[in-house]
Design a protein around this ligand. Structure first.
Ligand code: F6P
Length: 542
């Protein structure tokens, strides 16, 4: 039976006719307790979901939908390593990467826990050597700069973690190169010394042309500065991949190859050896704390009943907004500039996972799946796209995110600066609270409603506020795991596979064909627009 015809879906559809008529300001006026009641905490994160347009009865219907879609059984399949990524016949075992104790999962006859611990130990040896200044380049100088070359999941997670956790006393500077265009590569290399730079070639498949192109440029740069090919590869490259053969064929020294497994999805891989640059920048202890934070969220997700389960509650808000209130956008709005890369990270996690239009059996589906996700540091976004949130014609669900405490401020050298920064933290929190309140109440936030229609605020825009105790390795791990599980639950309800990404393959194939046409000026087999653009790029007149 189609999902939209099932009893739980039908109940929600009928109920939505009623809720759509209600404004959040009235919902709160009738039930002020919801502000406290609809607040849930797990693994150091508190989420207030009371500003969602969800009534107590709505929650009950949403729980019934989750049960109808056999959510509990699906969660068990996820954690126990069953091949729930069925289109690639694989498990999706990112949770096993951060297990604190062996839960006994075996894949292909091997203990997953043992394999993970072995690679973590190998990674730790490399990381400690680099951080201790014992890894030397081809002229014997110690490495000072590490450049991660990877894209998508092989870039975004490590880049987010290093940017968010801001290593201030790291002995090594870590940089990230992802884009294939080489524009940043040239600038970055110009600022580095080939004697003291180490490249991390991070690619699950080791076939991604973007990363291969950057790595090739890095290798040429080293050789142009006097390194032999052999020493450039041996002293200046670490490889991280599931593909040992390709790493070896590229020339990565076997001792500098770090492995992970095809049961780790690319966008779920920062917990694996793909996270090596996190450990280089912050140390192995911080990396293990990141894993622990995620593991604490895993335990909560795995063991907590639906009504108190944070990832499930958040996922159900997405389902309600998307499928029953017709809200197509989701904005990620951190009120802490250290989380400026969180929106980019979550766009991949959420949209590459759930941007699907066939169900698990391959049937076209008649309901909407993933919303359009975007975001920006909240205080900056206030001066950019909040206008649309407040007065545009599109509804969007917003996630406001902030740390409660800022212990980093207390490390500032003088009291005057500390006072100024404490004020700035309060200012950011006040703005977060004000914006979410205005989005909810609209004109009702004012003492007197405006008479000028240009100054009218409709309100009734739903949001969730997520508060971290503080931003550190533990809470960041928990936050990312929270979004991973939320994304998974949404996929279970929609009956889609969140772990494949076939949609990105066609573009890669056509790009290879187009590259040949561009280089050789032979574009006849391509579409007319491409032919015209290639002619212009090659300086020809049509
Ligand atoms: O093209 C999409 C994708 O496959 C992502 O899923 C992945 O994170 C990224 O490319 C990079 O892939 P790889 O790690 O194999 O280079």
């Amino acid at each position: 039976m189609s999902l939209t015809k099932t009893p739980a879906w039908q109940n929600l559809a009928e109920h939505a006719n009623d809720v759509r008529q209600q404004h959040l300001k009235d919902i709160f006026a009738q039930d002020p307790q919801r502000g406290h009641r609809d607040q849930i905490s797990a693994a150091g994160i508190t989420a207030n979901v009371s500003r969602q347009r969800i009534l107590p009865q709505t929650w009950q219907y949403l729980y019934e939908l989750a049960e109808q879609q056999q959510l509990s059984a699906c969660i068990e399949k996820l954690f126990s390593g069953q091949p729930i990524n069925h289109t690639e016949n694989r498990a999706a075992l990112h949770t096993a990467l951060r297990e604190q104790h062996d839960s006994g999962i075996v894949v292909d006859g091997y203990s997953v826990f043992e394999q993970v611990q072995t690679q973590l130990s190998r990674m730790s040896v490399l990381v400690d050597r680099i951080r201790a200044g014992q890894w030397r380049g081809f002229t014997g100088l110690a490495i000072t700069d590490v450049v991660n070359m990877g894209v998508g999941g092989s870039d975004l997670g490590p880049h987010l973690a290093v940017s968010a956790l801001q290593p201030t006393d790291s002995p090594i500077r870590v940089h990230y190169l992802s884009s294939m265009d080489g524009a940043r590569t040239a600038n970055l290399l110009a600022s580095l010394s080939p004697h003291t730079t180490l490249f991390v070639f991070a690619s699950k498949t080791f076939t991604t042309i973007d990363t291969l192109a950057n790595a090739q440029t890095g290798l040429e740069w080293l050789m142009a500065h006097g390194a032999s090919r052999e020493l450039a590869l041996k002293q200046h490259f670490i490889g991280v991949s599931t593909n040992v053969q390709k790493m070896t064929a590229f020339g990565i020294h076997p001792a500098h190859q770090l492995y992970f497994w095809d049961w780790v999805g690319g966008r779920y891989s920062l917990w694996s050896t793909i996270g090596v640059t996190i450990a280089i920048a912050l140390g192995m202890d911080a990396f293990r704390t990141l894993l622990k934070g995620a593991s604490d969220m895993d335990a909560h997700f795995h063991q907590t009943p639906i009504a108190e389960n944070l990832p499930i509650r958040l996922a159900l808000t997405t389902i309600w907004n998307r499928n029953f209130l017709g809200i197509h956008g989701k904005a990620i709005l951190p009120y802490d500039a250290r989380l400026n890369l969180l929106p980019a990270y979550l766009t991949q996690l959420i949209m590459e996972s759930n941007g699907k239009s066939v169900d698990r059996a391959g049937n076209s589906i008649s309901y909407r799946t993933c919303p359009i996700v975007w975001g920006e540091v909240g205080p900056n976004a206030q001066h950019a796209f909040y206008q649309l949130l407040h007065q545009g014609t599109e509804a969007a669900a917003c996630d406001f995110i902030a740390p409660i405490h800022r212990p980093d401020i207390e490390q500032s050298a003088d009291e005057a600066t500390r006072d100024a920064l404490r004020y700035q933290h309060q200012l950011a929190l006040a703005n977060l609270l004000a914006q979410s309140s205005v989005l909810m109440l609209g004109d009702a936030a004012l003492d007197a409603p405006p008479t000028d229609p240009h100054k009218h605020y409709a309100g009734n825009q739903p949001s969730t506020t997520l508060l971290l105790e503080q931003l550190d390795a533990h809470s960041l791990g928990a936050l990312i795991a929270l979004y991973e599980h939320q994304t998974f639950v949404e996929a279970v309800i929609w009956n889609i596979n969140p772990f494949d990404q076939w949609g990105v393959e066609l573009g890669k194939q056509i790009a290879i064909k187009t590259l040949t046409a561009l280089q050789e000026g032979q574009a006849e087999s391509l579409d007319a627009a491409t032919q015209a653009l290639i002619a212009t790029l090659n300086g020809q007149t049509l």
